[in-house]
Design a binder for this molecule. Structure first.
Ligand code: P6P
Length: 333
């Protein structure tokens, strides 16, 4: 494949589909550059004194890793001055982050989980950055959390970087999903997979099976059917994977199919699952749907959910279309 850079891809996408105005192209390139910096920091590990806990807690009550905080700061600093954003929101920050007065305000809003899969950082397992882009409300002067309360269907772009054996950037602006590999020598993102498509069927599921005694009946029924393999109603054997890093599990599913499940369970009945809607489930749902897959909260299409809180959690079922439709049907029966 002729080497196509991220910039060339975005310029050509704009020429073809008129979906990437200059400000959005700048936003995506700035985020991609920030992910390069995060990849560099992550890659240093102990040599960069960035491993371990920061001895602080985030809004989720989770102990923050030094790299969580560093990644968050890298994304904030990279995006403040460009004039393309009105505000930002992050898993690592309680409230929204308006653009400082010394910089011009733009027409987009950026949400992100700066480093997802933190529990894997110190044991050298793949982690990632997830981001979502919404349009700011017309004529907005002072952004509020309420301005971020838009359903996932209103995202204008979504993507993630996965920091694994390769560092890759997966991106959609509403016309399919493309993947770029970081050329570390040149420091550039090179298009390596065009228009990724998720197989509609699969024989691989991803769930944290240690929680099975807490699952609600539809999930128990479905996982048992897959565990029954050829002898069961699904008539085929299944494999299981659980990397405990959403970005890595989703990236595998984008490449070879599968179904990813983080259901609500009886451990904390008031908590609807672990993953966050605005900057984990929604961006991944846009990517998965753009790749021919499906994403629901068990009952509703993920991208149709009307959010009420910036950090609200949601059950997640996403991946191969036919399997997501099955587990969603089981919830509705
Ligand atoms: P558990 C990482 O902490 C994360 O937010 C997702 O990336 C991942 O899929 C999930 O939590 C793992 O959760 O309960 O299996 O550790």
């Amino acid at each position: 494949m002729k080497r196509v850079s991220l910039t060339q891809h975005l310029v050509e996408e704009q020429r073809l589909n008129n979906t990437i105005p200059a400000e959005l192209r700048l936003l995506i390139e700035v985020v991609a550059r920030a992910c390069k910096t995060i990849s560099h920091a992550v890659g240093k590990g102990a040599l960069g004194e960035v491993l371990g806990s920061a001895e602080t807690e985030n809004v989720q009550g989770e102990v923050q890793k030094k790299l969580d905080i560093l990644s968050n700061e890298i994304l904030l600093e990279a995006n403040e001055w460009g004039g393309h954003l009105a505000a930002m929101a992050s898993e690592e920050m309680e409230s929204i982050h308006p653009i400082p007065n010394r910089y011009p305000m733009g027409e987009y809003m950026l949400l992100f989980d700066p480093l997802d899969g933190s529990s894997n950082i110190d044991v050298n397992v793949s982690i990632g950055t997830i981001f979502s882009v919404l349009k700011a409300r017309e004529g907005m002067t002072t952004p509020t959390e309420q301005d971020f309360m838009q359903s996932g269907s209103r995202q204008v772009a979504a993507g993630y970087a996965v920091y694994g054996p390769q560092t890759m950037l997966v991106l959609t602006t509403g016309n399919g999903v493309n993947c770029f590999t970081l050329d570390r020598e040149m420091g550039s993102w090179v298009l390596t997979q065009r228009n990724m498509m998720i197989p509609e069927d699969t024989q691989e599921f991803a769930i944290n099976h240690s929680n099975s005694r807490h699952w609600h009946p539809p999930v128990t029924r479905y996982v048992n059917e897959m565990m029954a393999g050829k002898t069961g109603v699904l008539g085929k054997d299944f494999n299981m994977r659980w990397i405990a890093s959403m970005v890595a599990d989703v990236h595998r599913i984008l490449n070879r199919g599968g179904i990813f499940m983080y259901p609500a369970d009886a451990r904390e009945p008031e908590k609807p699952g672990k993953l966050r809607l605005m900057y984990e489930a929604n961006p991944m749902a846009m990517i998965v749907e753009q790749a021919g897959g499906a994403a629901t909260d068990g009952n509703n299409r993920m991208l149709d959910i009307e959010p009420s809180k910036l950090h609200q959690r949601v059950p997640v079922f996403l991946g191969s279309k036919n399997e997501v439709e099955r587990i969603t049907r089981y919830h509705q029966e």
